[in-house]
Ligand binder design. Structure first.
Ligand code: HEC
Ligand code: HEC
Ligand code: HEC
Ligand code: HEC
Ligand code: HEC
Length: 393
């Protein structure tokens, strides 16, 4: 039998324990620790899923499906990284940013530790919406309204006009995140800062460059409007083999001209210049794992031997352990040009060919192998190729 005094003692200690736990739970701050609060479905719609917006806004939906935004959750590398213990819960807040997309509601952090979130099952979790990653509703649904900027008459859903919300500011919430999360984990997306410091600030912004305008009806059978492409074209490196990917061209290339014949012992200098002419930020930008390789190769066409080869890299290098530290950074500033050279002195008669290749890489092969990303995950694309053949007499 349990005495009353023992019950009292039990309740007092339970109460004290509860209070001490409470004291250790710290509230979430705004810097990506929080998801966008649960959104309700605007009246007139059946859900806030892209697939349902797409029933009416068919063309925009098809464009968005090709965007990397649509793959922000399903991306193989993201999934591989999310499984690691070193990835805190907050990774998902830019990749599936709405609470509706998240299996758990995060109520706070024990002792302010991002590896100890206080989780609660989310009764309104929508797994289909989760698959959609950065979906229509990320940018267009708040407080039961569709956020728009135009005010067209009689849409079948309530529209709130908010030009400040639906400006480049919304892009910056995810594309400009600079923070040391833990010693080994830093966020280094500085695309917004790079744009603000560059020549396009006040002239063109994320939306004018990444969402081309086009005149078309927003749904079939309605008048044409000024509309925007929704494929958010960027690097053009596809997310899976076989998936179409829309890319933009940021670089301009200028190659030297070469003669068609030379003599043994001639010095044959050659230069190619790369200029970041069309991007409103550095190149590469964002993800620090991205880089370009510039490869210059002289080959003898008589015996298919490489006789001279130069390779250059544009990108950052990092050391992640024990502390994340940027080691080098030679990314191209907006407007900046860089010259790459190869000098060749043929020692024998014959036919020689110079090949210039510029490739853009999502990450190096070592990282891909470490994450076991497999054959399905494209690591690079070719962005420039040029060649020239000479006779040496
Ligand atoms: C039943 C059809 C239908 C569905 C479903 C639908 N829309 Fe619309 N939407 C329209 C029509 C019609 C217009 C007005 C078109 C016009 O007048 O040119 C419109 C207008 C808009 C606008 C422009 C508002 C403005 O004035 O700037 C946005 C943004 C928008 N819809 C987003 C969405 C999103 C996001 C979803 C899904 C959550 C969605 N719509 C679902 C039919 C639909
Ligand atoms: C003047 C036009 C312009 C502006 C302004 C601009 N971009 Fe870009 N952006 C480009 C081009 C062009 C590329 C393609 C670069 C390439 O791969 O050749 C690009 C590439 C990207 C990429 C892919 C990463 C990479 O290294 O290729 C991201 C992400 C991006 N932009 C985001 C943004 C955001 C966010 C903003 C606003 C802060 C912005 N851009 C402003 C033109 C622009
Ligand atoms: C990453 C943010 C983002 C996502 C995701 C997004 N949109 Fe938009 N949307 C915008 C911006 C920005 C505009 C242009 C605002 C302006 O005119 O300045 C826009 C404009 C629109 C318009 C008005 C017509 C036009 O093209 O300008 C419609 C309709 C629309 N979006 C529907 C959708 C639908 C449907 C989806 C999902 C399939 C979607 N959007 C996904 C940011 C987004
Ligand atoms: C909720 C966070 C979020 C918002 C808001 C957002 N983005 Fe993104 N964006 C991402 C993520 C995450 C990716 C990468 C997805 C992946 O690679 O799996 C991405 C990818 C991109 C890319 C493609 C990069 C490449 O590899 O080529 C471009 C371009 C881009 N975003 C532009 C924009 C623009 C323009 C806006 C504003 C209209 C915007 N984004 C708003 C998170 C966001
Ligand atoms: C502040 C918003 C934000 C947070 C938080 C965030 N990401 Fe991202 N993530 C982005 C953006 C923006 C991009 C696209 C960058 C670009 O293409 O320039 C991206 C792209 C990626 C990619 C694709 C890279 C590629 O080469 O295509 C992976 C993988 C990824 N993030 C993993 C993570 C992991 C793991 C975490 C947690 C440690 C995380 N992200 C947290 C915004 C975020």
């Amino acid at each position: 039998m349990i005495s009353t005094s023992r019950i009292v003692v039990f309740w007092i200690s339970a109460f004290l324990l509860l209070m001490s736990c409470r004291e250790n739970i710290t509230p979430l701050r705004d810097n990506w620790e929080k998801a966008i609060p649960q959104q309700r479905i605007p009246t007139g719609l059946v859900s806030i899923r892209a697939s349902d917006c797409g029933i009416c806004h068919q063309e925009i939906y098809k464009e968005w499906q090709l965007s990397t935004h649509a793959h922000a959750w399903t991306d193989l590398q993201f999934q591989a990284e999310l499984r690691k213990e070193s990835s805190p819960y907050l990774c998902i807040n830019c990749h599936i940013p709405l609470e509706n997309q998240q299996e758990y509601l995060i109520k706070g952090l024990i002792d302010g530790d991002i590896y100890k979130p206080v989780k609660e099952k989310n009764p309104k979790f929508d797994s289909q919406l989760q698959e959609e990653g950065i979906s229509c509703s990320t940018c267009h649904v708040r407080d039961g309204y569709i956020i728009g900027v135009n005010g067209y008459p009689n849409p079948p859903h309530p529209v709130k006009i908010d030009t400040a919300f639906l400006s480049e500011q919304i892009c910056l919430t995810c594309h400009n995140a600079n923070a040391v999360v833990t010693p080994e984990l830093v966020c280094t997306f500085e695309t917004g800062d790079e744009w603000e410091a560059g020549p396009f600030y006040g002239v063109k912004n994320c939306i004018s460059c990444h969402m081309d305008t086009i005149s078309r009806p927003l749904i079939e059978g309605t008048p044409e409007r000024t509309s925007h492409r929704h494929w958010f074209a960027g690097s053009g490196i596809p997310k899976r083999k076989g998936i179409e990917s829309k890319g933009l061209e940021g670089l301009q290339y200028k190659t030297d001209t070469l003669a068609s014949s030379y003599h043994v012992g001639d010095r044959i200098p050659f230069e190619i210049s790369l200029t970041n002419s069309y991007a409103g930020h550095r190149l590469p930008t964002g993800d620090p794992e991205r880089f370009y390789i510039i490869e210059l190769v002289w080959e003898s066409l008589d015996d298919h031997q490489v006789v001279q080869r130069e390779e250059f890299r544009i990108g950052e290098t990092w050391e992640w352990y024990p502390e994340a530290k940027k080691l080098t950074d030679n990314n191209l500033e907006p407007g900046e040009s860089r010259i790459f050279k190869i000098d060749f002195i043929p020692k024998e008669y014959g036919t020689y060919n110079l090949t210039v290749k510029v490739t853009k890489h999502r990450m190096d092969e070592e990282t891909a192998a470490y994450n076991q990303l497999g054959e399905e995950y494209p690591l690079s694309i070719s962005v420039f190729e040029w060649n020239h053949t000479i006779q040496v007499e």
